[in-house]
Design a protein around this ligand. Structure first.
Ligand code: FAD
Ligand code: DLZ
Ligand code: SF4
Length: 509
């Protein structure tokens, strides 16, 4: 008789998943289920839902080919119980299984529902990360500030990645300083590798079009990788064609160029199709072989070994209330242009249009365009968090929430960021060519044509003066504000308020 169910969630598509390692092919049954609860708890981008379902179906087949007995529930199965716990109970009744083995989910919501499931459910650590939760907690214990850079250095030492003995390769831990080249005309970017949908993916696309076609985002064309083999091809393509210039143009943004030299692998790592360590080793090897410069390899590895591991640690350390934090008490509704409504701000319309089309925007677009605007305008961080969770193909709460609530919106009061990521239009102008064709003028600081980022930047600093003026890293900014003559400061604030009133009145701004 079957004794245990092995749960594999949609973002746990790894052959070496702890729950699968614990399972016994001879007597246990793997449960995988496409359920409305997961597909609908936020209105995910249709591409994201299709990616998850197609990858789940192919992973289930791969498990069967390896000898597992798999009970797979498609979304449109009339017996579908609609939730993960519901499906576990149904399969337990069907098979006579008395307990569930699962790998801990990447979201507190599911951790809680599995912990309280009316069937004994054992959660094993998710050891697909480089640092365990315990390792991160030990690092964090007793520290006043949890800065990523110090965690990252420990991870470098521990893994030996880009290390030469005890010293960092190239003599520096961090080559960020070399990685801020603005875009320049004539740059050529590698075309991303794409995969035509096979019959199995097409069936998913039909289902998603019917059920979730109204969600924000274009389902078609769909050309994402849906298996580990394909994800490995994306990685190899990146390492060969884009990694050499990744570092230089990491922060650049260009009109109608969504991908530049980025890796496009976050959806696959987050689904479990690629492991973070194999990705880091691939980049390290390219550097060792002399194919990529150190600033590219280090800049890239830091994103994964540093940021990705760090935000995951923070998510668990901070606990389930993290997504409700609102240290700056921001309460403006998310403007309609985040959902594709018209705006004169070219940087925003570029980023949102691309997000709608590809379920992708790169880090600086997320942080310094849509994130920066929401923070400057004082948008409710919970609404911002839900938006990021919905619109990106790589969005899972463990990684999205610390990036949005913490890094981007400063709603955690500074757990992640030592100062808010805010900038005027000057930063966007330096790092992109968006301003050249914008209806606003990036050099205008006041008046009708003034770039809204310019107006709102000072408005933000002024309204949060009590909180930030003592921050050493912001001293010079406040000094610059104070040096402006009083009349000019008044004009800036008046124009900012007028602009915000037009935004609130739902005018096209
Ligand atoms: P590249 O720029 O090529 O970077 C390589 C890899 O590094 C990425 O694939 C990713 O795995 C990792 N990485 C880079 N930056 C981060 C970071 N800050 N945190 C964690 N991993 C990082 N990333 C997600 O995977 N899921 C999210 O839901 C998500 N939400 C974000 C929300 C906001 C507000 C911000 C500012 C960033 C968010 N990020 C998120 C981080 C980052 O934007 C994406 O990982 C990156 O854009 C993915 O594209 P890429 O694979 O081309 O990345
Ligand atoms: C994102 C997602 C979606 C859209 N659908 C499913 C699903 O039907 N079944 C499933 O097991 N997982 C799905 N997922 C991924 C889960 O939401 C994810 O496991 C949790 O958010 C934890 O990271
Ligand atoms: Fe964005 Fe301002 Fe530049 Fe327009 S001028 S693209 S609003 S930064």
């Amino acid at each position: 008789m079957v004794s245990r169910l092995i749960l594999v969630l949609g973002d746990q598509l790894s052959a070496h998943l702890s729950a699968l390692r614990e399972g016994d092919k001879a007597r246990d049954v793997v449960v995988m289920a496409e359920v409305a609860q997961e597909a609908e708890y936020v209105r995910h981008h249709p591409k994201k839902i299709a990616l998850v379902f197609a990858a789940m179906r192919k992973f289930a087949r791969a498990l069967e080919a390896e000898g597992w007995s798999v009970r797979y529930t498609p979304l449109d199965d009339p017996e579908n119980a609609g939730s993960i716990v519901g499906e576990l109970l149904r399969r337990a009744q069907e098979t006579g299984a008395g307990e569930v083995i699962a790998t801990e989910p990447g979201e507190w919501r599911l951790v809680e529902s599995l912990t309280h499931a009316p069937i004994p459910t054992y959660l094993l650590p998710d050891d697909r990360f480089i640092a365990s939760r315990k390792r991160f907690e030990d690092w964090a214990k007793g520290r006043k500030a949890l800065r990523m850079e110090y965690f990252y250095r420990e991870m470098r030492r521990e893994t030996g990645l880009l290390m030469e003995g005890d010293a960092p390769a190239g003599g520096k831990w961090n080559f960020d300083h070399d990685n801020r080249k603005p875009p320049k005309e004539g740059l050529e970017f590698p075309a991303p590798i794409s995969f035509a949908p096979d019959a199995e993916t097409q069936a998913v696309l039909d289902l998603v079009a019917e059920r979730y076609g109204e969600n924000f985002g274009d389902l078609m064309p769909f050309d994402l990788a849906t298996t580990r083999d394909e994800a490995l091809q994306v990685l190899a393509h990146f390492v060969t064609h884009a990694l050499p210039r990744f570092g230089d143009y990491q922060d650049a943004m260009m009109q109608d160029q969504p991908y530049l030299f980025h890796a496009l692998i976050s959806p696959y790592m987050n689904l479990g199709l690629l492991s973070p360590m194999e990705v880091c080793r691939a980049a390290e090897k390219a550097w060792q072989d002399g194919d990529v410069p150190i600033n590219a390899a280090e800049g890239f590895i830091r994103q994964i070994l540093g940021w990705r591991e760090y935000v995951r640690g923070i998510y668990y350390l901070e606990g389930p209330d993290y997504t409700t934090r609102n240290a700056l008490r921001h309460d403006r509704d998310l403007p309609a242009f985040y959902w594709g409504a018209a705006t004169h701000m070219n940087c925003i319309s570029q980023t949102v249009a691309q997000t709608q089309k590809y379920a992708y925007a790169h880090h600086i677009q997320r942080l310094m365009v849509t994130g920066n605007f929401a923070l400057l305008a004082g948008v409710d961080p919970h609404q911002v968090h839900e938006w990021y969770l919905e619109v990106y193909a790589d969005a899972y709460e463990w990684v999205e929430a610390p990036n949005t609530v913490g890094m981007s919106q400063f709603a955690d009061g500074g757990v992640i960021a030592s100062k808010p990521y805010v900038s005027s239009g000057a930063y966007i102008n330096r790092m992109s060519d968006y301003c050249k064709t914008c209806a606003y003028s990036v050099t205008a600081k006041t008046g009708e044509k003034a770039c809204p980022f310019n107006l709102l930047y000072w408005h933000f600093l002024d309204r949060h003066r009590d909180r930030f003026q003592g921050n050493m890293r912001m001293k010079n900014i406040y000094a610059a504000w104070d040096r402006m003559d009083a009349e000019r400061r008044e004009t800036v604030l008046r124009d900012a308020n007028a602009w915000l009133s037009r935004l609130d009145a739902k005018e096209v701004v």
